[in-house]
Design a binder for this molecule. Sequence first.
Ligand code: FNR
Length: 369
Amino acid sequence: MTARLFEPVNLRGVTLRNRVVVPPMCQYSAEDGVAGDYHLVHYGRFALGGAGLVILEATAVVPEGRITHGDLGLWSEAHGEALARIARFLKAQGAAAGVQLGHAGRKASMQRPWYGNGPLGPEDLARGDAPWEIVAPSPVAMDEGWLVPAELTPAAMAALTGAFAAAAGRAERSGFDVIELHCAHGYLLHSFLSPLTNHRTDGYGGDRAGRMRLPLEIARALRAAWPADKPLFVRVSAVDGIEGGLTLDDTLAFARELEGIGVDVLDCSSGGLAGSATAARVRRDYGFQVGFAEAVKRETGIAAMAVGLIVDPAQAETIVAEGRADLVAVGREALADPNWALRGTGGYAAWPQQAGWWLERRAGDIERL
Ligand code: FNR
């Protein structure tokens, strides 16, 4: 039985047809940040496959905030128009459309994973992928051999907050239902939150309140720019998994502040802050991050999304039915099977009729064999 998983859920004025979410997954396939046919078909498969909400990959609010040259962006109206086509299709197929807004910080200027997954270097120039100058809270490189980021000035931070708000406005005009703010995986806003990467001595560093300041300012700006009837998600790395890094207590404090701002869902991931020299050690097992969502739900008033090696509908059902999370994100398993959500329903009634009509009859044929 997967009854709870497939119950609709209301978030502000948006109804998700079920609790299955496809989380943001970079495709590194954009041209100058603009989505193309590839993205329409790729994301469209998840909507046809029955997901309640499809969140588009990390989408940079400024060009230099991309991880790689292939990342999506939302820094101009043309970028918004390309995404509008995708949002329209997702919604026409019954899924809610989300987009994750982010800035890569010190993990910007990287190679696409299949070209090495390291910092862009001279050999990447042959592909036209030139490195660019990167920024972060403090001039601390990701790892040996990586670019040292420039420290963001207060003026640059104010401009960045404006860029996030402007991107939210474009997302609204593109027809998205959900925005997710990326505060996880070692990218810019996570690197502000963590004491390991934020060594600032001004009001944007130091104690927990200082380290939370820029992410909270941006969350507030997004909430103001985003319609009151549309939900705002924030993705966090709930723990760094490194000595001296972010702890669950820090994340719960952040969640309470976000709740006060009007953030609706905390998407609970983990890790990603450091390079190989201090590799994070969050043990990966089935549902290994569900406990973070559960703690957020228990300790704060904000709704929580669980993610990470949730692979089986029965596993997802249990998470939701036991009240450990409100939403369940299925990433790589959805790449393996974009129809994951539909398969979880256990019949063909929910399938698009273009396939379901035939599959139902085929099931009868097979039964008679
Ligand atoms: C990711 N992930 C990710 N996370 C995020 O917050 N923004 C992103 O753009 C990406 N990009 C991305 C690309 C690809 C190809 C993968 C596989 C993953 C992480 C992803 O959202 C999810 O948290 C993890 O994959 C863990 O969930 P699963 O895959 O075990 O269900």
